[in-house]
Design a protein around this ligand. Structure first.
Ligand code: DON
Length: 565
């Protein structure tokens, strides 16, 4: 009897402590940390911190540099969300999401006949919304930074001007997108060495037009990008290719400072991105549902925990499809969706042993979301004073629309695909939506980006975010759960195999690394298992408030660097 009890105690203590040794230790520093998906950009951010900049200065410098060194993910031609938590307690979510051009219409992507191209919301000039990244970075800097734009843009200008060697990861993105990129002359002139050959791994990428555009911004300020000859060059080129962006679209663009989404999970305070992102709402909704399920006890990667989290995810994504869109165009029930009471109601509907798809969802034959090449980027900064920034930036899928604007050097986003472009049809990420996310002139497409800051005793504890389309929400969620429920150290939390359920398609996506017996158990519970390609790539900072140490991690699935001092 005694033996049985001690075995039980042993088993329970393993489940409760759940420590994993499969990852290297995170980067550790005493005072401050910058983490981004690309090492040259992280370096730029670190040097800004060391030369007297605060977390906001460093984040803006890093974001601008990422737009150069990781142009397939983000840049001046795209948008971003910036979550800022100053040491004073002031918190703001800056919305630099692209807007639909004023000439956009609800049905502009519905093919009129069977021969019409069907990828216009993803490829070419019609796919682009009005870029918002630069305006948002400028707003952040003016409100919270210490340094002028002329200082923080320098690193990015130098990288565009003198170039940098193409990494293997970059080269793989180029190869993957070769056909799309080869369609546009401005793009060919930057990335191709012959009609069919892209720059190879190790060759230098120099972006002279982009450097000149950034120099003009350095000299005359951010307005140069929104009125005058630069946007004129962009709209002229876009018009010559059959696009609809106008100079007025650029002149009218405004970033917004919004109230972040608030939640709490096991005593930690969660701050994340509000609409037009669905990221914060559904992160909090899922955390609320699973809070009472004992995820830590069930164990990381167990069938029980995976099942419970998947059921919570699918319910949140079902809500996303119905209720979420641009808050300036429709009313979104934020309070209800993030309330503990609503979460209890949803939790009560979860069957402990069985995956029930109560929504009657189908999967069109032969169809699966394309997850091999989505791209977006995330960076985190925590400075010595305790100011924290979590910033996700994107041009949507790899190299956005594929269009480099000749003479300007920016890559235009393809964010219009984040709208419901054809009711009932899933978008690139397999997401469906409703009226709240239909196209209207000036409206912002619904996003999943979830720059997040977790507070412990009102101090930044975890700063986290990721690319990955809808997998952003579930990735950020799992990093939080791995740290809070499973006591993993930061690198383990970021590297641990991931799962994802987005309601439609009714599939439980698993990364390699899930034990076969857990998978068999999940199948018995009724889950239809699918395996993903490139998944997502978290970057995170954890501040250990007891020791005062700061940890930084980038995802082992991708490139990136964490640097601190
Ligand atoms: O805003 C969104 O949700 C998407 N445009 C993000 C795209 C993305 O993360 C692609 N990366 N894998």
């Amino acid at each position: 009897m005694l033996r049985k009890i001690s075995i039980l105690i042993f088993a329970l203590s393993i489940a409760a402590s759940s420590s994993y040794a499969a990852s290297p230790r995170p980067v550790c520093a005493r005072h401050a940390m910058v983490v981004s998906a690309e090492s040259l950009a992280t370096n730029v951010g670190l040097s800004v911190l060391k030369s007297g900049g605060n977390a906001v200065d460093a984040a803006v410098a890093t974001a601008l540099a990422l737009g150069v060194t990781e142009g397939y993910s983000s840049g001046l031609g795209g948008g971003c969300f910036i979550l800022i938590r100053m040491a004073t307690g002031e918190t703001v979510a800056i919305d630099g999401r692209e807007t639909a051009p004023m000439k956009a219409t609800r049905d502009m992507y519905i093919p009129r006949d069977s021969l019409a191209p069907t990828d216009l919301s993803q490829t070419g000039v019609l796919a682009a919304g009005v870029p918002g990244e630069l305006a948002a970075l400028d707003l952040a800097l003016k409100r919270f930074g210490r340094l002028p734009l002329t200082e923080v843009i320098k690193g990015a200008v130098a990288l565009a001007d003198t170039g940098f060697p193409i990494s293997r990861f970059y080269w793989e993105r180029l190869e993957f997108n070769k056909e799309k990129l080869s369609r546009f002359p401005g793009t060919r002139s930057v990335f191709f060495t012959s009609d069919t050959t892209v720059l190879q791994w190790g060759e230098r990428l120099i972006q002279k037009d982009l450097a000149a555009t950034m120099r003009a911004i350095e000299k005359a300020g951010v307005d140069t990008f929104y009125s005058g000859p630069i946007p004129q060059m962009i709209v002229d080129y876009v018009a010559s290719e059959g696009g609809i962006l106008t100079l007025q679209d650029f002149e009218n663009y405004r970033p917004h400072a919004r109230e972040p989404i608030h939640g709490n999970y096991h005593g930690y305070e969660i701050l994340s991105m509000p609409p037009p992102s669905s990221g914060g709402i559904h992160l909090v909704e899922i955390l609320n549902i699973i809070e009472e399920i004992g995820i830590g006890y069930l164990g990381a990667g167990s069938a029980g925990a995976t099942h419970a989290i998947a059921e919570a995810m699918s319910r949140a994504f079902a809500d996303r499809a119905v209720y979420l869109g641009d808050p300036d165009f429709s009313t979104i029930p934020i309070e209800g969706l993030t309330s503990k009471a609503y979460a209890s109601e949803l939790r009560a509907g979860i069957h402990r042993w069985e995956h029930v798809n109560p929504f009657g969802a189908g999967v069109p034959p032969g169809w699966m979301p394309d997850t091999t090449d989505g791209h977006t980027t995330h960076l985190c900064v925590l400075d010595e004073d305790g100011n924290a920034v979590s910033l996700t930036a994107t041009i949507n899928t790899g190299f956005g629309s594929g269009v480099v604007v000749p003479g300007v050097g920016i890559i235009l986003n393809n964010e219009m695909d984040d709208f419901v472009t054809n009711p009932g049809m899933p978008n690139y990420f397999g997401l469906v939506g409703a009226e709240a996310n239909e196209i209207k002139p000036g409206k912002r497409p619904l996003s999943s980006m979830a720059p997040t800051i977790v507070l412990q005793n009102s101090k930044p504890y975890l700063v986290v975010g990721s690319p990955g389309g809808p997998r952003i929400i579930t990735t950020v969620l799992q990093v939080i759960v791995n740290v809070v429920d499973h006591n993993m150290h930061l690198q383990e939390a970021v590297d641990f195999p991931r799962m994802h359920h987005q309601w439609l398609p009714d599939r439980l996506f698993l990364e390699r690394g899930f034990p076969i017996d857990a998978i068999a158990d999940l199948q018995r519970r009724g889950h239809k298992i699918a395996y993903g390609g490139l998944w997502s790539g978290a970057t995170a900072i954890l501040s250990d408030t007891t020791t005062g140490m700061v940890f930084g991690s980038t995802d082992s699935r991708m490139e990136g660097a964490a640097l601190g001092y």
